[in-house]
Structure formats: C-alpha cells, structure tokens
Design a protein. Sequence first.
Length: 640
Amino acid sequence: MPRLSVVGGSGKADAGERVDARIAAEEDRGLLRFLTCGSVDDGKSTLIGRLLYDSHLVFEDQMQSAGHGQRRAGAGQAAPLDLALLIDGLQAEREQKITIDVAYRYFSTPRRKFIVADTPGHVQYTRNMATGASNCDFAVLLVDARSGILTQTRRHACILSLLGIGKVALAVNKMDLVDFDQARFDAIAEDFAAFAHQLGLALVTAIPVSALKGDNVVTPSAHMHWYHGPTLLGHLETVDAGRKEGERAFRFPVQWVNRPHLDFRGYAGTVASGKVRRGEEVVIHPSGKRAHVARIVTADGDLEAAQQGEAVTLTFAEEVDVSRGDVIALASHAPSVADQMAARVIWFDEEPMLPGRAYTLKCGNQTTTATVLNLKYKLNVDNLEHVAGKTLEINEVGLCNLDTARPLVFDPYAENTDTGSFILIDRFTNATVAAGMIEFGLRRATNVRWQELSIDKASRAGLKEQKPCILWFTGLSGAGKSTIANALEKRLHAMGRHTYLLDGDNVRHGLNKDLGFTDADRVENIRRVAEAARLFVDAGLIVMVSFISPFRSERRMARDLFEADEFIEIFVDTPLEICEARDPKGLYVKARAGLIANFTGIDSLYEPPERAELKLDTSTATPEFLAETVLSDLRRRHLI
C-alpha cells in the first residue's frame, strides 16, 4: 500500500523504504500488515496490548510504564496493568486516554510475523487513521458491544474500502459489559454485514471479544460457549490478506538523478511495483522516450533484476533526458498520462475544499499544482447515498474532477495503489488537506489539446508598442478600487495605451452572473476572471482587475498564470470603518442588519496581501493622486 506522504529529496532510501524492502523480503515468511480501527473508546489500544501481553511479547520496562507492579496510594495491593499504555506512547494520549498518532508494533508468533498499526478513533484524527490504513493489507474493526455500529465505525469501514482493504475482522469488544450476550453480538454482526455488502468488502469475520478480560483474543473464552469460531489471534495467523503484487506492472518513480562523476549518470528510486531486468526496453513517462536498461546498480553490486521494494539506480544504454518525478515503465505496459482525472477524495482539513482553489498535489515523486474542477457528489457514510454538494467538509468523502498544471503519470488506484494515490497540500500552510485515489483520466484531457497559433503575445504587444501586464486591485467593498482603476485607465488611454478594465460588478452581470457569494462561488469568480485577464494580456493589453478577491490563495493562483514581471498586486488598504462610512451601495447597512449573508469584512473573511507590489490608502489621498502613484510605479518598472 502507498503511504499518504512523499519521499524526500535524497537519492538514498529513507527509513520507510528500508522497512518496505525488509518487508518485501519477508513476505514469504507470512508477514501480515494490519491495523486496528473503529470509533473512539472502542478499545483498540487495549486489544493490541492484550495481544502482546497474552503472547508474552511485552518487555519489562513496557510493563512498568503501563503500571505493572506499582502500588496504589494508601493501599498495599498492586495497581492493575493498563494494557492501552503499552501502545499509547504520547503524553497527550496517556493524559486523555485516547489514541492520537498512529502507533506501530512489530511482533511475531511461531506461525506468522505481524506489523500492527493502532490508529485513532476520534473524528478529529481521521486523517491519521487513513494514513495508517494506507500501509496495511488487513483490518481489525472494533465495535463497542454496548454502542453497536456508529457513524465513525461506518466512516472507517468506508475508508478501508476506498483504500482497497477488502478483508476485515469485526471485533465486537467489551462483551463482558453486556454479559456475553449472544443476541447482542448477532445483531451487531448482522447490522455490519449488510453495510459491508454495500461497500463491497470481500470478507468480514465477526469475533466476540473482551480485550480487557482476554476473552477470544489469544485464548478461547470460557464465557461464550455459544461461539465456535477462531480467536482473534488465530484468525490473524491464518487469514490470507496478501496483495498479488507480482501481477502489477513495473513502475519506477524517479527520485533522484545520480551523477557522482562525469562518467556515470543513473536514476535512483524504489521500485513501486512489478519487476525489471537488465536489457529490457522501458519508456520514460510523460515524455514517452524509450531506452534499454544497461545496469541495475546497488550499494552491494549490480543486479540482474529488481522488484518491488528494492531501492536501486538504473542506467540506460541510450542518452535520454530523465528528471525527478518521471515514471519509468516497461514498453509493453504503459501507465496513464493526463492533466484531468476523476478521483475519490477524503478531506482532512477544517477549512473546506473549494472547487477552483489551487492546491499542491503530490503523487509519488511527482509534484504539481492541482485544482478541483468540480465535486461530482459526496458520500453519506451512514447509508452510502450520493449527496449533491459544492464543497467537502472535514472527514467527508467525495468524487471530484481534478485539473493539474502539468500531465500526471498514474494508474487507476484499483490497479496500482502506489501510482494511483496522492495527497493535496495547502499552498500557504503546507498542511496536508486531503488524500485521494485516482479512478480514471478524463476523456476530455486527451481530446482537448493546445492549438499552436502563428501570432503570439509578443507580436500583438509589439503592434501596440507596449508591454502587456495586469494590475490586480484588491481590497474591501467601498475601498475605492474601481474609482482608482477607472482614473488610471483614463490616464493610460490619454497616453495612447491599449487597456481594458475588468470590474467586479460588471463581470457579475455577464460572465459570472450564475455565481453567488459563498466562499466556493468567490473562488470560482476569481478563477474565471483570472483566466479572462490572461487572454487580455495575451492580446497585448494592459489589464486592470478590480475585485475584492478576498482570499490569498486565489490571488496567488491568478499571479501564477502570468510571467513574473506581468502581475502587479495593488492593495487598496482602506480601513473597514471608512468603507462602512462611505457605503456607496448601502451594502454594509444591509449586511449589519443580516439582510446580506457572506459579506466580506462582516461575516466573511478578507485576507490582506502580505507582499503586494503597491499599497494605496484612500483615507489620506484622492483617487487621482493614487492613479498617478500607480503610473509612476509603472514607469519605474518600464511598463509604460
């Protein structure tokens, strides 16, 4: 399974890669990677602690940290062993009695080796659960026998299904608190079986357990004579949950161009799937160039073949251009290459996903800017219905269409989990906001191509004898943006310059008349205007854009559409109280009265620029003076 994180910039295998290589080498020894998941307080950490304790796999110092042998205050008897503390290692986890981070434990029995991930159940840490699940082949889903199937239980089951984990052990825990009642267990098992069938989970084995007392965890329970199935450990030792990795096509994401000296050029990385042999013909994607593998180099010498999990350096018989992020595949089994794709997305961030907003997308070693074109639907985790919506909130799952700034090399997630998964990162906070699984490339991504034109931007600008640029005025409603931009255009027109002014209100009468004023609509409003402005700049014009454009992310998106010296951000920095006093359209009065929702500065956020090229204060200067200030700056930049 792929991690929902990205390998760093070193050409050497990191710790995770070394673990993966060791794991790959031990697959034939019966290694099982599984996770425990479920709602908060269902007993996940206690269950793993019981597995380790009853299997005699706990060290003495771990026993002491979990309270073994300690005396109760004012009593001579030893305190009971807290099994959860064998797993919960963070101080906050111990204080709050919840799991926050993903805890990994490596243990073995005479029949099998295990790596278990204890994942958090709290809704706030769903992202950590998804991260832990992305490394596993099997899941133990816990349910409190008293509470039954909860929304978070269904959410975790849904994530398991999305990540391709089709075999699950349903551990109905805390049976001792319901007097080991068979009817209660049967009801929970039947309830989950119906939900699992809708999800398409291949195999669900329900096991009644008491992690605290040890019933049916390692040894059969003396209290549940009606249950004749395996113990949890017995099931883990025998279940066949492995992925048929050998059937997957060869994929080698290039991590680093290895050039220690002039006589050697190699391409380092870890084989994500499949196998490659010396002498085989490969194709470098997305360029499509072909080459033959000359050597497979490792620190311990050359290999005849390399397979999944091995960190190697490939050299080619031919001279080809290969860069970090390229994906090498066999000529007979090519991956998909597209700049638009459909993907299932699990949203992690407290800020909602907004279509039209630009995020950083990382897929393996590939990094690019991505925009959510639209949300097709959201998934109701309680009944799996498709729900209409424009945005995704925290912990929601949906099907989206994505657009990337450059073509992405990928496989559908169902075919290859390594090259079919990605993460989305906020471009300002660098926080991971979502994980995604690619479904397929959109047909229009291959049907629509750039048409080469004979007349370019330089030719159009040369005819007008000017340098095209965009002047992006931003600020609160009533700040004076349009007044200054209008005065500036009059001065430029008098100088014989070719200009155009895009005003927020005017554009909403036509191009953007279908948009409202929610955050999602504001993002789409600016995206469309930025694309229109790019066409005007390509026509050789000096373009003034006068929009509130409240979010830094969209202003950065707009800036990225233009060359470095073409975009000038002008912050009309007028205090809110002055804007309200002016209130030329009477909008602030209506907003204060609750008649207008999502009004910037009142109940909708405005994010002021951090590094605007110009800052204008209309509280101390006239629009005409400020227009001259902008003209002076344009002269200084040799734009007029």
